[in-house]
Write a protein that binds this ligand. Structure first.
Ligand SMILES: Nc1nc2c(ncn2[C@@H]2O[C@H](COP(=O)(O)OP(=O)(O)OP(=O)(O)O)[C@@H](O)[C@H]2O)c(=O)[nH]1
Ligand SMILES: [Mg+2]
Length: 483
């Protein structure tokens, strides 16, 4: 018999519904990662697995049958565009399927999860709710965060130094020739500033195009301007300064330094304040395999870039940032993405290398009391495993459809045929991967086509998407909020 309207239980239930409507907690999940690390694919896969039912045996609230439903809410923040989930699904659903494009602007999405608590007392209140807010942004912008703590002088010295030692004979040549022809201490000249900024931006883009795993050079908006395309905020560049010489007012150097500070206060600080300072949890996505295959210098660049970015978060430390941060990140998961490029027997080694690359950031976060995890995962698995017989030996292979134009061992793939590839072994000792003079890992990598993501069938059912350990990642990040 249903409870009559005036039973205490019913009153409690009604009050509970009212409370959950008014007080649905919101968990802000930061999906942090340098460009091409897999943020957009991760967010799309996360939403689809939650909203349309995924195969998530190690996401315990789901495995225990306590998730009633999850759905997309209208965008909570009027000033921020909505994450284009439907567009990304459409791209993945094409025939043949495509990966989503590189992200050009910031966007946000709220998913509401309705669940039954595992706690008997809370079950009395019926269904509980959790809002999960996720933000996606171009990875290039992340490399700006360390600028918050740099002066124009230190930034200039580092940027000019890198250009000379690493790119002097190549992409930086024109910009460095230009710098040799200007006097930073001479009177400011807008035309000189415009030309310097243009040549500097061209250098950054060319260096990036020549070395797709390069992570160290910014500012990020020079690579991915978003809505700042053509803005005067981007009219500056580093100059070779003499640390001992006074910078006179009205000089080119003084003008560039002022614009650098404006870039920080109008672009970088709001980006940090509005999107990173209020995070409750964070997953840091890292493409370890790409740099590993380029060699030790690329791994060192990745390590340096990640370390500089993560130092800005300073979880628990007390700096001017803590005043902004207010909240503290209590769980942090480091994830090596695209683990479907290697055999599952190598996943432990991949995790060990990631652990080493992020050692300092991990140590800082643990010391500040955060719960830290490391995982190899593939948010959207594009391959399966098989064994191939080569002579008398059985080699563990991965099988997938390489993207058109991908090349391996003299063969160019057409984007239609499946191929079985022996990806090679990761170094047994993770320390072998790190020295800057370490040889490339000698892995056999190609980009694979994503699996085709089909819309729901006539019965409304959707096929679960393949992944590797996405469920464990969700469990680490969300399960205690769904207890
Ligand atoms: N095989 C495989 N490839 C993946 C996976 N996730 C990402 N990728 C590949 O990595 C590329 C980059 O992924 P994105 O999600 O666009 O990366 P992002 O971090 O959003 O990049 P930006 O928007 O440029 O910052 C994709 O185009 C895929 O080629 C995965 O789970 N498996
Ligand atoms: Mg993206």
């Amino acid at each position: 018999m249903p409870p009559s309207d005036d039973t205490p239980r019913h009153a409690l239930h009604r009050a509970g519904l009212f409370l959950t409507d008014m007080m649905t907690p919101t968990l802000r999940l930061g999906v942090t990662g340098l460009s091409r690390s897999g943020k957009t694919v991760f967010i799309t896969a996360l939403i689809r697995n939650l909203v349309s039912g995924g195969r998530l045996p190690f996401f315990f609230p789901e495995a225990e049958g306590r998730i009633e439903r999850a759905y997309l809410e209208p965008q909570p923040d009027d000033a921020v565009p909505r994450f284009d989930y439907e567009e990304h699904l459409e791209t993945l659903g094409r025939d043949p399927p495509q990966w989503p494009e590189s992200t050009r602007r910031l966007s946000q999405l709220r998913i509401t999860i309705e669940y039954r608590s595992a706690l008997p007392l809370r079950r009395l209140f019926g269904i509980s709710r959790l809002n999960l807010d996720v933000v996606d942004y171009p990875g290039e912008w992340l490399i700006d965060l360390p600028l918050l703590e740099e002066s124009y002088e230190t930034w200039s010295a580092a940027a000019v130094g890198t250009a000379r030692t690493r790119h002097g004979g190549g992409p930086a040549k024109q910009w460095l020739d230009f710098l040799a022809s200007v006097d930073p201490y001479a009177r400011k000249d807008e035309q000189v500033a415009l030309k310097g900024a243009r040549l500097f931006a061209e250098y950054l883009r060319a260096a990036r195009a020549a070395d797709h795993v390069l992570h160290t050079t910014g500012p990020g908006r020079f690579l991915m301007p978003g809505d700042l395309e053509g803005s005067p905020l981007l009219t500056f560049c580093p100059l070779p300064l003499d640390g001992k010489r006074h910078v006179p007012r009205g000089s080119l150097a003084a003008m560039m330094a002022r614009r650098f500070d404006s870039y920080k206060s109008h672009v970088v600080r709001p980006f940090f304040r509005d999107h990173f300072s209020r995070l409750d949890r964070q997953i840091v996505l890292v493409d370890v395999l790409g740099p590993l295959n380029e060699g030790g210098q690329a791994v060192a660049d990745l390590q340096g870039a990640l370390d500089a970015v993560l130092a800005v978060f300073r979880m628990g430390a007390s700096t001017w940032l803590t005043a902004l941060i207010g909240r503290r990140i209590d769980k942090l998961l480091f994830a090596a993405t695209k683990a479907d490029h290697i055999n599952s027997s190598s996943h432990d080694r991949l995790e060990a290398i990631l652990r080493l690359i992020t050692e300092r950031a991990m140590g800082r976060a643990s010391a500040a009391g955060a719960d830290v995890g490391v995982q190899a995962l593939a948010a959207l698995r594009a391959t399966h495993e098989a064994e191939a017989k080569v002579g008398d030996e059985l080699l563990p292979c991965i099988v997938g459809v390489p993207m058109p134009g991908e090349r391996l061992a003299g063969r160019t793939f057409n984007g239609k045929e499946e191929a079985a590839i022996f990806p090679g072994d990761l170094p047994r000792n993770p320390k072998d991967a790190l020295p800057p003079d370490a040889a490339p890992a000698g892995l056999h990598f190609v980009r694979f086509r994503p699996p085709r993501v089909l819309p729901p069938g006539p019965d409304g059912e959707t096929a679960p998407l393949p992944h590797i350990r996405l469920d464990r990642a969700l469990d680490f990040l969300l399960a205690d909020w769904l207890a």
